[in-house]
Design a binder for this molecule. Structure first.
Ligand code: NAI
Length: 401
């Protein structure tokens, strides 16, 4: 039986399969994650591999998988793939870093309201048989101030949604960012902390954001203000936060991410905030919705199908990015990954000239040791030209469309 063009692992959303079939590619599925030899035998003859976070694609697999042209990580992270080994073999890797933006922003909004109303404490009390009907400590969010730290994809969406609820929006970012609606930038983190009723973190994990919110920052916040971290677990110092909540200065918190997160649903979780009042803990589900899964499926599938049809590598995480138009039907397109050393273009031009073909367009990008050149030339009818290019010492991978 012949191999499918695309193999999708780990129960990738069915919208991806539909997109591949629409693009004329055959699809195989395996619901499990695969690694090592199991993965290698499953991808024999497969051109495109789709996976999520559990499969592992190491250098041994990449070196042996000659037919593999690209890998789609149907998730945010790409550390399950050896990116350098993939680049060295001319295998493009794509992911979907921003498809769950809206999901995180909506969860953040729900938490802003829930913290203002102490909803989780009220619910837990009722689960335990305690009827505690009281307005004490419960607030509307209308007219309150939300401080957004990191005004990127998610932070700016939170800004728009919070304003729709009648909140005043402040933000702080290290880069100049266009303020949406009536949001106002703060000159410093301290200014934002001093003025906000609820602070929500939307920065990446970097050395400068490590424990960006610690004891000093928490003491700078208003008494009774709350803090939300749906970004990365290293951003907030949880020991300092637990102290600040237990001594009554910080009024509540919502945390979706933790410095150490369990590797599986069977592992035990512990955290200094467990049992603290008005604290919402969620198991890193901010971006986990069916809508986000569908958007990730469509996003990664469209990157792979464009790569298949035109050679476009825009937003690849490991190889040079080239955005290409559809080529003329009477031309051939040469997609050539090669070692980034002098003289390769000249060799290609000579081979093409000797074949009597004219070059109509040429695109080149290099990144590290790998270069990617695309040549649109007069259609070639035999395999001689492709064979000669394949045999160049510098060739990593060749595809002719
Ligand atoms: P983004 O890259 O679009 O925005 C991040 C913003 O933070 C940028 O504007 C950047 O300039 C700013 N920034 C970086 N360092 C800063 C600093 N030291 N001080 C102030 N601003 C700083 O990222 P996006 O997509 O908005 O994601 C934000 C965070 O959310 C990331 O940490 C991401 O990993 C996390 N995330 C969490 C999810 C979850 O399930 N809880 C799902 C998706 C993303």
């Amino acid at each position: 039986m012949s191999s499918p063009d695309v193999l999708l692992l780990e129960k990738i959303h069915p919208d991806a399969e539909e997109a591949f079939v629409d693009a004329g590619l055959s699809v195989g599925r395996c619901d499990k994650s695969l690694s090592g030899n199991d993965l290698l035998s499953a991808i024999d003859g497969v051109r495109f591999l789709g996976l999520r976070s559990k499969s592992r694609v190491n250098a041994d697999v990449l070196i042996a998988a000659h037919s593999l042209e690209a890998i789609g990580c149907f998730c945010i992270g790409t550390n399950q793939v050896d990116l350098d080994a993939a680049a060295a073999g001319g295998t493009a890797v794509f992911n979907s870093p921003f498809s769950n933006t809206r999901s995180v922003a909506e969860m953040t909004l729900s938490e802003i309201i829930a913290l203002h109303r102490r909803l989780f404490d009220r619910s837990m009390q009722l689960h335990n048989g305690q009827w505690n009907k009281s307005a004490a400590g419960a607030h509307e969010v209308r007219g309150r101030t939300v401080g957004i730290v990191g005004y990127g994809h998610i932070g700016s969406q939170v800004s728009v949604l919070a304003e729709a609820l009648g909140m005043r929006v402040l933000f702080y970012d290290v880069l100049p960012r266009m303020a949406l609606g009536n949001a106002q930038p703060c000159k410093s983190l301290v200014e934002l902390l001093q003025k906000s009723d609820v602070v929500t973190m939307h920065v990446p994990a970097t050395p400068t954001t490590h424990h960006m919110i610690g004891a000093d920052e928490l003491s700078t916040m208003k008494t009774g203000a709350s803090i939300i971290n749906n970004a990365r677990g290293t951003v907030v110092d949880l020991v300092a936060l637990a102290q600040s909540i237990n001594n009554g200065h910080i009024g509540g918190a919502a945390l979706d991410v933790f410095p150490e997160e369990p590797g599986s649903n069977n592992d035990i979780f512990s955290c200094p905030l467990a049992g603290a009042p008005n604290v919402i803990l969620t198991p890193h589900v901010g971006g986990s919705t069916e809508e986000a899964q569908s958007q990730i499926a469509m996003d990664v599938a469209s990157k792979l199908t464009r790569f298949a049809a035109t050679g476009t590598t825009t937003s690849s995480v490991n190889i040079p990015e080239v955005d290409l138009p559809v080529h003329h039907p009477e031309h051939s397109r040469i997609l050539h990954f090669h070692r980034n050393v002098p003289g390769v273009l000249s060799s290609l031009h000579t081979i093409i000239a000797n074949a009597g073909a004219n070059i109509h367009a040429e695109y080149l990008q290099s990144q590290g040791d790998v270069s990617y050149v695309i040549l649109d030339i007069d259609a070639v009818k035999d395999d001689v030209l492709a064979k000669q290019i394949s045999e160049l010492d510098e060739t990593i991978r060749l595809r002719v469309l």
